[in-house]
Design a protein around this ligand. Structure first.
Ligand code: ZN
Length: 343
């Protein structure tokens, strides 16, 4: 299996964020890339540099004003007297029906959901290459590969069409799904990250051409809090095309695999042409976020089960943070996925 990754994706190096109001080191560290590269290579992947696809496939998912903001906000921020080095918001609109602000501070609040995605001088370059890795994974599958892996870092599933959040800027899984639609009429995004894929849900909430399914720790007491509940089913033409399967905190392999079975019934009924797996490894029992209790071998069983759908698949990396087993968990998932012989 090809693994797409460009070294520019490591340059984004966020320093901090607020957790329960307290300044903490930002866990979305460049070192994640080194661990994930080891994991991908140990699973037999060949690492391939993605192409520069320009903004076209990214603008198919994100708004022009948001992309303009991401490209230019760091330079604008540096002109503010006594501003922080990284762009971090401190005021947000309560709803999105107010005026679009002209000021850098106002726009930061408009386009950033929380403090977890500081923007530095390297962020714009890193997030574009991360998205292009997702584009090339989809293109490899469109060209005939049964599956491809995109080592997307920075991750993407908390990013809405015009909002960054939760370490995410560009929604790589959504970009891959949209790319698939160039030669498919129905695509599924199956999100198995610890956290609900709220940005992905938001992007496709009123559409039926992308079925969004997310299995995650119950947001009633967990990030992203405001989304991810079981009664969120889509709106308008998208009604019935969003499925949330929240799990109780500390749920383990058996509960996760049971939720996957529920997801598979919905996915098979949808009869999709292609699948995007939004692969977070932070459901791991030893992940610093500590929300669920999936084991390393559990990821292999999840990979094998998902491969059993027999769909052309782009595996797009999301979360999973620094811990001793991060490499092994990726190897486990990818090996399990390939072990069915369907690759
Ligand atoms: Zn996560």
């Amino acid at each position: 299996m090809k693994a797409f990754y460009a070294q520019e994706q490591k340059r984004h190096d966020p320093k901090g964020f607020l957790s329960s109001g307290a300044p903490q080191p930002n866990p979305e560290q460049p070192e994640r890339v080194e661990r994930l590269l080891i994991g991908a290579r140990d699973a037999g992947c060949s690492v391939v540099r993605p192409r520069d696809h320009g903004l076209g496939p990214i603008a198919a998912v994100h708004t022009p004003e948001y992309l303009d903001f991401l490209e230019h906000i760091y330079a604008r921020w540096q002109r503010i007297a006594e501003a922080s080095d990284e762009v971090i918001p401190n005021i947000h609109p309560l709803a999105r029906d107010g005026r679009y602000p002209a000021s850098a501070v106002g726009q930061a609040g408009y386009h950033m959901a929380d403090t977890a995605c500081p923007i530095s001088g390297e962020t714009w370059e890193s997030v574009r290459w991360s998205a292009w890795s997702a584009v090339d994974a989809a293109d490899a599958v469109l060209a005939g590969d049964r599956a491809a892996y995109a080592l997307c870092r920075p991750p993407g599933h908390h990013a809405f069409a015009d909002v960054a959040g939760g370490f995410c800027f560009l929604n790589n899984s959504a970009v891959a799904a949209q790319r698939f639609l160039s030669n498919a009429s129905r695509v599924v995004i199956l999100d198995i990250d610890l956290h609900h894929g709220n940005g992905t849900q938001g992007i496709f909430y009123q559409r039926s051409d992308v079925l969004t399914v997310s299995i995650h720790a119950d947001p009633v007491r967990f990030y992203p809090f405001f989304w991810g509940h079981a009664d969120e089913r889509g709106e308008g033409p998208g009604l019935g095309y969003n499925l949330n399967l929240p799990l109780e905190r500390k749920s383990g392999d058996a509960d996760f695999l049971a939720a996957l079975d529920v997801a598979f019934r919905r996915i098979r009924a949808y009869a999709p042409d292609a699948l995007v797996v939004a692969l977070g490894l932070d459901a791991f029992e030893g992940d610093p976020f500590g929300g669920l209790s999936v084991s390393t071998s559990g990821f292999a069983r999840m990979g094998a089960a998902i491969a059993g759908l027999g769909l052309p698949t782009a595996i797009v990396h999301e979360g999973g943070y620094l811990c001793d087993a991060l490499s092994d968990n990726l190897t486990s998932f990818l090996t399990g996925f390939g072990a069915t012989g369907k690759l």
